[in-house]
Design a protein around this ligand. Sequence first.
Ligand SMILES: Nc1ncnc2c1ncn2[C@@H]1O[C@H](COP(=O)(O)OP(=O)(O)OP(=O)(O)O)[C@@H](O)[C@H]1O
Length: 334
Amino acid sequence: MLTINSLSKSYNKGKNFALEDVTFNLKAGQVCAIVGESGSGKTTLVRLIAGLERPDHGSIVMGDKVIASLDKFVQPEKRKIGLVFQEYALFPHLTILENVLYGISKIKHKRKRAQDMLDLVGLSDLGDRYPHQLSGGQQQRVALARALAPEPSLLILDEPFSNLDTMLRTQLRNEVFDIIKKTEVTVLFVTHDTQDALSVADEILILQNGKVIQKDVAANLYVNPNTLYVASLFGSTVHINKNLQHAFRCPLKETCCYAIRNEKIKVSPSSSDTDCEYITTAQVIKKIQLGESIQLLLKLDSGEQLTVMTQDKNIADTIFIGFNSTDILEFENE
Ligand SMILES: Nc1ncnc2c1ncn2[C@@H]1O[C@H](COP(=O)(O)OP(=O)(O)OP(=O)(O)O)[C@@H](O)[C@H]1O
């Protein structure tokens, strides 16, 4: 449905690339989350797809139509793409219904379509109000109704929940994606929150320094992360550096980088109780009760500190921790 080929964008004539050689595709009806830290190129990518920026290199194809390349540029309003941004961007002087009506000139029975969209987002009775008379969450649902009204082929949500507090965020996110699922529209969802991505996306694309590091389903990102960065995005991870290799007596190849999930590190009161291949002793510095489990902050003889989880309430001050080679994550050196 959407094919991105070798897409690059620089804002300073090629000195740095906000986006570099990005290639991926999206199937119709799929929800793909774009995750990455601030400055990784998420917004640049969606602005290029929406037609708000022009690429320096590469192409964007929607269906069988090239919408952006070096010699082709389809205007944003012709791309059949709906946009919802962090700031709701509703027109303050138009009513809610008028806001939704805006931009659906091509559809017959415009008013019915706009009203249907308000019904879909659960705001049927608020069409006569003005944006300032609605809560933040309601305004964001209006923005969604407005984006969906022209029947877009692709819906782009760029950090749509960042302005809202945590409780409302989760609730609105779930509501919005329940609505989106009913429409079967293809979605690109930009977020820096991995929980958001894991909760709603079919696939997650990770951007780092303008490059795609991995695009995969959530389970694979956890089990087979391409890099230490991806591993640590999707679960607590300890980098097995030289000091840790020494402490656990597990010499590993210099040419690679290694990590272990915190939950794969086993805790035992004595060395004879553990069936791990690599073991070391640790001093317990702090215990934090987290629901049923206890998080232990540990210090090794080498001075390294790390955290592990245990269910054991009777932990001594000195314990044994260990892991097995099958649980080690291996990456190309980063
Ligand atoms: N209009 C612009 N002019 C110059 N540089 C820009 C412009 N927009 C973005 N950049 C730069 O391009 C890089 C990528 O920015 P972008 O906004 O795409 O990242 P992002 O992942 O969306 O970040 P955030 O999560 O903070 O919004 C950054 O280094 C940024 O400073």
